[in-house]
Write a protein that binds this ligand. Structure first.
Ligand SMILES: [Zn+2]
Length: 706
């Protein structure tokens, strides 16, 4: 547990028991917020406080137009349509802006906008949890954990046992009759209970070294889109014939853009992927030789290359719509196609990789199902890495031409089902989307979000780095559940109430996979005075310390089911500023970024922006300020654009002549929720989805790196 301040802040206002009741609305708001700062909508329109600035869209690949393949034009759906409306009609569009960049429009000025002030409680009452602690060796507790009958706190090093064997719970004051032997008394504030040994646990024994890594690769036609690369590049995967075809397709006479030299080579997405995977295979064979590494590709059909030693197996036709069939067959195939580790299979696998040809459509859903089925047979901590540049449009999980909300939901639930299955079995799924294409990441995102996988948007040239980044983050425990126990006078702030119980003092947050870099935060606060008044046995003025406890249950990589119990006794202060003096701004900024992402996921984009801005103001002057702003800005701006799109999806009010031509976009919009256009929900743009995933996974190390 990393406290954002060494002192828990207890608001004086709330503990004045005899506070006069009828002070009117203002005092009520103040009690709820305990802060005088509120933000206007206009203040939320610019995160960096500067003039509006174009979105940092990744530069459209210049050469896209010359592509010879059957890639269908994708205008980026609604978002793309709105983009052009905006850049064409709003004065904010600066002439020097890239063609694809759109200006940030102040929402406060848009018609139909309802002004609102945004209040929020911001203080140092934050706790961070680094899940890497699960790797640490601690004292192993003997016997079973002793749990308070009333509030579910666990007996710990700070608990006091009377001679009569009564434990008065330090969290809720409930007297528990307990039987504890002297040797069972906790001797450390951090200990591990082993609930089930590896044999009893359902999980297979793993070890981290011998996991399965499945590359699930899009080889559809669009993968042959090329882009120029400067200098002598290792063009092993460069196919001469293909290059000639490409030249024919362009104007036929001139291969190079003006100002570019003949040392420029054109390289396709497929070549980039092949090159990147080959280098990963070599690195894995050297650095993690016991891992089983396999490849699944998908276009019109799904091809299982496995570990490369057997001729590939193809899944096609009706099979691509049969979820049960695919997942079962894949698990059986794992026994046949994935038998050897990378130190033995590297050369075979590279040969198979060289033979890959791109063509056809995108059976992404079926491909993913097969890759996941194989990974499920691997040891806990196994990985699937999906690499795609397009929309799923063949077989299961096809996202093309969805007509209504129900169809959208059906497809979303398919990917969520895959994600849940992966999470339960300790497999993580990461998604690499190749830039300058629309992958409908919102549909795919549950896979990564549920399994602690990454979502990465990448220029194909940089793929190798991203594979390496994804593979360097290891799953260290599975089936993780975080429980946080607070003193009965405290409760959680900004938590899903479905996860909170025991009169607001217990939080149960399901996590699933834990990685060695993962960090979680929670916020807490003192309960409202109304509730405190009812507690005759709590007087904060007579306390100088209060206990905090975490109980993390998990299955470790040896297959043992464990609970890590950590208890801390924290001193308190009644002065907000005093708590701030002791502040650890790293924990504060991680929390702020993660809270923003959490609100964005709920569709509360404006609240998410307000959250980001409140914390920004709070952190002003601290050493973390610049890091925080840099880390928050991409998501902040992506949300601003998403809201612009949603505004545009609403019927255009009369008198708003600036934006014409939104014809064809009918239906009712909704800002702050998810709007609908023509009966189909407006989906989050890939930038929002990608940035939400990155923000959720933000930790102190990543904060510092930027
Ligand atoms: Zn208790």
């Amino acid at each position: 547990m990393d406290f954002a301040s060494s002192k828990a802040y207890i608001s004086k206002r709330k503990i004045q028991k005899a506070a006069p009741k009828a002070e009117g609305e203002l005092s009520e708001i103040q009690e709820k917020c305990d802060s005088d700062n509120s933000l206007s909508d206009a203040e939320l329109d610019q995160f960096d406080g500067k003039e509006s600035k174009p979105m940092e869209d990744v530069e459209e690949m210049k050469h896209d137009k010359k592509a010879s393949c059957e890639e269908k034009p994708r205008g980026g759906g609604l978002f793309g349509a709105i983009k052009s409306v905006f850049s064409g009609s709003k004065p904010e569009a600066k002439p020097e802006a890239k063609p694809n960049a759109i200006p940030l429009v102040p929402l406060a000025k848009l018609p139909g906008h309802q002004a609102k002030r945004h209040r929020q409680e911001v203080d140092t009452n934050i706790i961070g949890f680094k899940l890497s602690v699960l790797k640490d060796k601690t004292e192993i507790a003997t016997g079973d954990a002793i749990v308070c009958d009333k509030c579910k706190a666990m007996f710990n090093i700070y608990s006091i046992l009377t001679k009569e064997q009564v434990w008065v719970c330090e969290f809720c004051n409930h007297p528990n009759k307990v039987v504890i032997e002297e040797e069972e008394m906790p001797k450390s504030d951090s200990l591990t209970y082993v609930l089930e040994s590896a044999q009893q646990s359902m999980m297979k024994k793993g070890g981290g070294e011998d996991i399965t890594v499945m590359f699930c690769i899009d080889v559809s036609g669009s993968m042959c889109v090329t882009q120029p690369v400067q200098g002598a590049m290792n063009l092993k995967y460069n196919k001469v014939k293909k290059m000639q075809d490409l030249m024919k397709f362009s104007d036929g006479s001139y291969q190079y853009m003006s100002g570019e030299s003949a040392s420029l080579a054109y390289i396709s997405r497929m070549q980039c992927v092949q090159t990147a995977i080959e280098s990963q295979l070599k690195e894995l064979a050297f650095g993690a030789p016991k891992r089983k590494v396999g490849i699944v590709t998908f276009s019109n059909e799904v091809t299982l290359l496995g570990d490369g030693r057997l001729p590939p197996k193809t899944f096609a036709g009706d099979k691509l719509n049969d979820y049960e069939g695919l997942i079962e067959t894949a698990q059986k195939d794992a026994e046949i196609y994935m038998t050897k580790s990378i130190e033995e299979t590297k050369d075979d696998l590279i040969k198979r990789l060289e033979q890959i040809e791109e063509s056809g459509q995108t059976a992404l859903g079926p491909g993913l199902t097969v890759a996941l089925g194989i990974a499920l047979k691997g040891n806990p901590g196994s990985r699937v890495i999906l690499c795609t540049d397009g929309l799923a449009n063949v077989g299961l999980g096809s996202v093309e031409n969805l007509k209504n909300a129900k169809e959208v939901e059906t497809i979303k639930s398919f990917y969520t089902k895959l994600g849940e299955l992966a999470k339960e079995r300790g497999v993580s799924v990461s998604i690499i989307s190749i830039v300058s294409s629309d992958c409908n990441l919102e549909m795919l995102s549950p896979l990564a979000d549920l399994t602690e996988g990454d979502i990465i948007k990448v220029n194909p040239i940089n793929l190798s780095n991203d594979f390496a980044t994804i593979l360097s983050e290891n799953i260290i425990a599975t089936n993780v559940e975080l429980r946080v126990k607070l003193h009965k006078g405290l409760t959680f702030r900004n938590e899903d109430q479905a996860h909170v119980s025991q009169d607001g003092s217990l939080l149960i947050r399901p996590i699933g996979n834990a990685t060695d870099e993962q960090e979680l935060t929670i916020e807490y606060k003192i309960k409202d005075s109304k509730e405190l008044d009812k507690m005759t046995d709590v007087d904060f003025t007579k306390l100088d310390r209060i206990p905090f406890q975490t109980q993390i249950s998990y299955i470790n990589l040896e297959g043992m089911k464990c609970v890590r119990l950590v208890t801390k006794n924290q001193s308190i202060t009644f002065e907000k500023e005093e708590a701030k003096k002791e502040a650890d701004y790293k924990v504060i900024s991680v929390n702020a970024v993660q809270q923003t992402a959490k609100l964005a996921r709920k569709g509360k984009l404006r609240d998410a922006q307000a959250n980001a801005m409140h914390w920004k103001n709070m952190m002003k002057g601290s050493e973390e300020y610049a890091n925080y702003v840099g880390n928050s800005e991409p998501l902040y701006n992506a949300m601003q654009h998403q809201q612009q799109v949603m505004y545009m999806a609403q019927p255009v009010p009369s008198g708003f002549g600036g934006v014409g031509g939104v014809g064809g976009v009918g239906g009712v919009g909704g800002v702050g929720g998810v709007g609908r256009v023509g009966g189909v929900p407006v989906q989050y743009h890939d930038d929002v989805v990608y940035n939400m995933n990155q923000a959720t996974r933000m930790n102190q190390r990543k904060m510092a790196k930027k």
